[in-house]
Design a binder for this molecule. Structure first.
Ligand code: HEM
Length: 494
């Protein structure tokens, strides 16, 4: 080898070692973890099947709190309900920062309620919660809206006359309609081409965000962002949705009556106008568009994916479906509309929904957090700005709280008297100041949609229950169930 090449190699090695020392020193008080390489971080120690598997393996070796270098950036992982609560609840303010999901960074750029930080986030979260409450969240009118949407779905499912369907579009349409009616005052017909396009964009994007290539992008985004790949498609999809929201906002502006806001967008425009003289106001167009996008995306994909996993599980375990049908027959009967008051009288159905959420494990590695200041935690010092992943999967699958967590068993949520039994490790909506803003709506939707569908239909699969495969299609930021076919047969006949 030529001398100049040797010199260059020696120089590079020296530089890497120097950088590594500086790098490690800067984060010297972080919790332990696998030893990182400069730039590559812990790439070489990662499991090929993805981030979650790698994190669970590290948990076995380093305990519930450890540090993993995703490429060059250190991320503190919190496993198990105790560590997650100690951080997100006991030190709620400090752990309330939002970390990044690399593949979404170029789109949101810290605007909108999900990805904002600091005062911007506090303002948007407070406003979103209050306004969604004004437009029905947590109130009787929200229940009515969901009941009506469930009836629209029943009508659509009747039209299928028991033919096999991929249920994705039905569930998506229903959940989008609920959130869009709050945000934009609009519900779509199930065959509206605008709706179908939106839903396709949501569905494709969630699958792409949860794909293996997105996990690789998470590690090396500062380099990979210059090349073609999944991130460009996600960007394109979300930009198209953003343009749709832009048009909706413009229409709202043209028809706004400040004395009578119709929905979330109207309420925001009124506030924007009130604060237009304040240059520091967070009520500007960009935050409006990205908050609306966050609410519609988070509000559609999550509940719909849970329903999709839920019905796949019901096909796999027909004896469980039968018990729900019995409970519906006893408590509601075939004619009356299901209501939220029924929940207290239907502990078995409620337990099944809990178990679907636990087993479905929608956001296995949680949504990234970030510490807002230098933080002392379990004897370590986590520097301000360090990202923190609450690994929700580790709580939902902790064998100390859920015996044989790999088994789908709704009875684990029932006590000896058949009443619903709470479990502190059941945290599909996360905990603390950043916990899911739509939990109230989601819980209403899951209950009312499940029982309204099962009040009207029995379900059947072309695949024998024992052959139904529950393996997710994608498992990354989100866990996406496999594609499957189902038929909805008029209950008691067809
Ligand atoms: C089954 C349904 C759902 C599940 C499992 C779920 C779960 C979650 C989780 C785990 C987070 C992250 C919490 C954290 O950062 O620690 C989150 C955040 C969020 N969710 Fe949901 N969610 C669901 C439905 C919804 C719905 C229907 C909406 C809209 C109405 C919604 C809106 C949001 C928003 C806006 C945030 C960000 C909150 C913030 O950063 O302050 N979610 N959700």
């Amino acid at each position: 080898m030529e001398l100049s090449v040797l010199l260059l190699l020696a120089l590079l090695t020296g530089l890497l070692l120097l950088l590594a020392r500086g790098h490690l020193k800067a984060y010297g008080c972080l919790p332990p973890g696998p030893r990182p390489l400069p730039f590559l971080g812990n790439l070489l120690q990662m499991d090929r099947s993805g981030l979650l598997k790698s994190f669970l393996r590290f948990q076995e070796k380093y305990g519930d709190v450890f540090t993993v270098y995703l490429g060059p950036r250190p991320v503190v992982m919190l496993c198990g309900i105790k560590a997650i609560r100690e951080a997100l609840v006991d030190q709620a303010e400090t752990f309330s920062g939002r970390g990044k999901i690399a593949i979404l960074e170029a789109v949101f750029q810290e605007y909108g309620v999900v990805f904002a930080n600091g005062e911007r986030w506090k303002t948007l979260r407070r406003f979103s919660l209050a306004t969604m409450r004004d437009f029905g969240m947590g109130k009787w009118s929200m229940e009515k809206r969901i009941q009506e949407e469930a009836q629209c779905l029943v009508e659509e499912l009747r039209k299928t006359q028991g033919a096999l369907q991929d249920p994705t579009l039905f569930f998506h349409s229903m959940t989008t309609n609920v959130i869009c009616s709050i945000v934009c005052g609009k519900r779509f017909g199930y065959r509206d081409p605008e709706l179908l396009r939106l839903l396709d964009l949501f569905y494709q994007s969630f699958a792409l965000i949860s794909s293996f290539s997105s996990q690789v992008f998470e590690l090396f985004h500062s380099f990979l962002k210059y090349f073609p790949g999944t991130h460009r498609q996600v960007y394109k999809n979300l930009q198209e949705i953003t343009r749709f929201i832009d048009r909706v906002v413009e229409k709202h502006r043209e028809t706004l009556d400040p004395s009578s806001p119709r929905d979330f967008i109207d309420a925001y425009l009124i506030r924007m106008d009130k604060e237009k003289a304040d240059p520091r106001s967070e009520f500007h167009q960009r935050n409006l568009i990205y908050t609306a996008l966050s609410l519609i995306f988070a509000g559609t994909e999550t509940t719909s994916t849970t329903l999709r996993y839920g019905f796949l599980l019901l096909l796999k375990y027909p004896h469980i479906t039968e018990r729900i049908h019995k409970e519906i027959d006893q408590v509601i009967g075939p004619h009356r509309l299901p209501s939220l008051d029924d929940r207290a009288k239907m502990p078995y159905t409620d337990a099944v929904i809990h178990e679907i959420q636990r087993f479905g494990d929608l956001l296995p590695i949680g949504v990234p957090h970030m510490v807002t200041k230098d933080t002392s935690f379990r004897g370590y010092i986590i520097p301000k700005g360090t990202e923190v992943f609450p690994i929700l999967h580790s709580a939902l699958n902790d064998p100390h709280y859920f015996e044989k967590p790999e088994v789908f068993n709704p009875d684990r949520f029932l006590d000896a008297n058949g009443a619903l039994k709470k479990n502190e490790a059941f945290i599909p909506f996360s905990v603390g100041k950043r916990s899911c803003l739509g939990e109230g709506i989601a819980r209403m939707e899951l209950f009312l949609f499940f029982i309204t569908i099962l009040q009207n239909f029995s379900v059947a699969s072309p695949v024998a229950p024992e052959d139904i495969d529950l393996t997710p299609r994608e498992s990354g930021v989100g866990k996406v169930p496999p594609v499957y076919q189902i038929s909805f047969l008029a209950h008691g006949g067809c």
